[in-house]
Design a protein around this ligand. Structure first.
Ligand code: MG
Length: 360
């Protein structure tokens, strides 16, 4: 069975409310979808939450090296794609383009043998713990509290909020959330690199009073020395970073620097299922806990195949978009996502007519 062609679509979905974190504002999210089709007419699907131009790169540069290959030859396709973008640079758009195609090829391979992807990959577990994530800095305190407390009521005992626009407001909002979610739920914060080192340390001290146990990107995740320093100064909370990692050398540098207590990776950025499992192996080799960033409907499968795994991010935006575009999105049960053992591939089917509305 050979890959005959890659069908490409781009969807831009407006957010339900304006969204903002410590360093970025957005009102829509773009999804670049790849549907590889075989010479027998079988189709798979995969995607990246990426810029629309990613589709052009896939069409012009990646499709020619993937089409004609055997459907089982996912590693060969992945290597050919990495070679094809050599002169463009591996991180960024090129890596997200590879991610979308690699994800679709794994989905197709699993469908070809009639297995859910997590079974095909060889799972260490059949469910992954999640944390509810959103809590944007653009939300009113009331909206923030309602969203995070809602997840806890839903049985998800870990929640994460954005911080980093206003240090004084951050502390007040953390206090309000802690009061609303009670003492038992874990509370995480994510500054998206908005603070400098001293500010981050002062804030960590204040957050510790409200039992915050996870401080994501207190400073830019490129400042490995600073992350390491903050990590040593804040033993009561885990320092997490890695969502902008695109290749194995990035993840290796991060853990070699002792920059994180938890390494994060995003398969829609770090070159797909193949790249995510490489990152998982690096975390495992350094005995650093591993976590998935965003796209929970995809990570639910792949995280089952990571040798060690802490948690997956149940991200408000992507949960909403996945339900708008696909049937078969896994629902949280007891704070976990359990991939459907009866649906092949990622278990997702495009709701083509619904999706048309968002096509660009
Ligand atoms: Mg983050």
């Amino acid at each position: 069975m050979q890959i005959k062609q890659l069908h490409l679509s781009v969807y831009r979905i407006p957010t339900d409310r304006p969204e903002q974190d410590g360093t970025y504002d957005w009102t829509s999210t773009t999804l670049v979808l790849v549907e590889p089709e075989t010479d027998t007419g079988l189709r798979g699907l995969g995607y990246s939450y990426a810029d629309g131009v990613t589709a052009t790169l896939i069409k012009e540069t990646l499709a020619p090296v993937v089409c004609g290959r055997d459907v089982q030859d996912v590693g060969g396709s992945w290597s050919a794609m990495v070679r094809a973008i050599r002169n463009l640079g591996r991180p960024g758009i090129a890596s997200m383009a590879i991610a979308a195609v690699d994800t679709a090829l794994w989905d197709l391979k699993a469908r070809a043998v009639g297995l859910p992807l997590f079974k095909l990959l060889g799972p260490y577990r059949d469910a992954v713990p999640i944390y509810g994530s959103g809590g944007f800095t653009s939300y009113t305190e009331q909206e923030l509290v309602a969203q995070l407390a809602g997840w806890v009521e839903q049985g998800i005992p870990r929640v994460k909020m954005k911080i980093g626009r206003d240090p004084a407001a951050d502390v007040a909002r953390v206090r309000a959330v802690r009061k609303a979610i009670g003492d038992d739920a874990r509370l995480f914060v994510d500054a998206n690199g908005a603070y400098d080192v001293k500010e981050a340390l002062r804030q960590a001290e204040r957050f510790a009073e409200h039992d915050v146990t996870w401080f994501e990107e207190p400073v830019s995740s490129d400042h490995l020395d600073a992350l390491h320093f903050i990590r040593e100064q804040t033993p009561s909370m885990d320092i997490a970073a890695g969502e902008y990692g695109y290749d194995r050398f990035y993840f290796r540098r991060m853990v070699e620097a002792g920059a994180v207590d938890v390494l994060q990776a995003d398969m829609t950025r770090c070159a797909g299922v193949t790249g995510f499992l490489q990152a998982a192996a690096i975390a495992h080799a350094f005995a650093v806990p591993f976590s998935a960033h965003c796209a929970p409907e995809l990570h639910a499968h792949v995280a089952c195949a990571a040798p060690e795994f802490r948690n997956a991010e149940y991200f408000h935006d992507h949960v909403r978009i996945a339900h708008m575009l696909f049937d078969g999105v896994p629902e949280p049960v007891n704070g976990c996502l359990r991939p459907d053992p009866l649906r092949p591939g990622f278990g997702l089917e495009l709701k083509r007519r619904d999706a048309e509305r968002w096509a660009v």
